[in-house]
Design a protein around this ligand. Structure first.
Ligand code: BMA
Length: 318
């Protein structure tokens, strides 16, 4: 179970104080990517201004809940070299892989959403490396290590259209790549559970390695009334991460606070960044380690909730 931090929401639109023309009196801030960087917790926050333009902004913190927010967007290089018209780059997921920082983000182009790959050494810029395919897709998360000699990710092909016209999906896939840019869908990992809390699904933050398996926090959407976005957890096989070992029956975070229920999109908690406090010598998250989950709330605020690896594993078996 996740416990909400008492200082929530830890980042609100009013915390963005900037004279940058694209960041004045912003409408919302949400869905942050997160990573440990130079002894700080670093978030790439998604800021939306009154033009409903999306900008990615760097925020850093020592204690994990009081953030210093940059007053201008992170410059993104290389997006001019594509033939696609890019509208928005959003929902970044950060992975440290072979000593490189990689960011996989959703990119809205004409008629669909693609997954774009970005690289940085210090988060003062992002270099766009390219799109990772041309199918409509979202929620791509890179594994922090290669699996069976290949780069690996979970992703969520968009196959369904909902009333708002947005495309979504109900299957998380395991995909492999040799170069990080061309990907092959290899195995379907899991599907939405019709009538229950997670009818549509998508990966949350990148998977975390534990001695018991890969731990994946994901979002599930109950679609049978007004969409309700919640958070759940699943444990996957270490060598064959498409194999589910245990999947929690219950959500472990759902919109309950007023700032999670009310905002530009109501009833949304959307997990995108997770920081694990202690890792053992084999690269596994320690079972008693604290876990900080950063999530978007009602597409307007950023919340922080904490748990431990052991509690999350237990939730997979509940
Ligand atoms: C999803 C994504 C997220 C967003 C969520 C709720 O489909 O677009 O960026 O937070 O919907 O609106």
């Amino acid at each position: 179970m996740f416990k909400r931090h008492p200082n929530n929401p830890i980042i609100s639109p009013k915390d963005i104080v900037s004279s940058h023309p694209e960041m004045i009196d912003v409408s919302s801030v949400f869905n942050p990517g997160g990573i440990q960087f130079n002894d700080k917790i670093l978030l790439i926050i998604r800021v939306q201004n009154r033009g409903r333009e999306t900008r990615l902004v760097k925020a850093t913190s020592i204690d994990g809940f009081q953030f210093e927010i940059e007053n201008e967007p992170i410059p993104i290089n290389g997006t001019d070299n594509t033939s696609e018209t890019i509208f928005h780059i959003y929902d970044p997921r950060i992975t440290k892989l072979n000593n490189t920082y990689l960011v996989m983000a959703a990119v809205d182009v004409v008629g669909k959403c693609l997954l774009g790959l970005f690289q940085t050494s210090d988060f003062s810029y992002l270099d766009f490396l390219g799109f990772t395919g041309n199918e409509d897709i979202r929620n791509g998360v890179l594994f922090p290590e290669m699996i069976n000699g290949k780069f690996a990710r979970f992703d969520r092909p968009n196959k369904k259209e909902v009333e708002s016209g947005v495309t979504t999906g109900s299957q998380i896939w395991y995909s492999e790549s040799d170069d990080l840019l061309s990907w092959e869908s290899k195995k379907m990992v899991m599907e939405g559970r019709l009538h229950y809390w997670d009818e549509h699904i998508g990966a949350g933050p990148p998977p975390v390695k534990t001695e018991k398996g890969w731990l994946l926090v994901y979002h599930g959407i109950a679609m049978h009334y007004q969409p309700i976005y919640q958070v759940g957890v699943v444990l996957l096989d270490l060598e064959k991460p498409w194999k589910v070992i245990a999947r929690g029956r219950y959500n472990i975070l759902e919109p309950r606070e007023i700032w999670e229920m009310v905002g530009q999109v109501p009833n949304v908690v959307f997990p995108t960044g997770m920081i694990v406090d202690s890792i053992d010598e084999h690269g596994n998250a320690k079972l008693d380690s604290e876990v900080k989950l950063y999530y978007g709330a009602a597409d307007t605020h950023i919340g922080l909730a904490t748990s431990t690896i052991q509690e999350l594993i237990d939730a997979c078996y509940a």
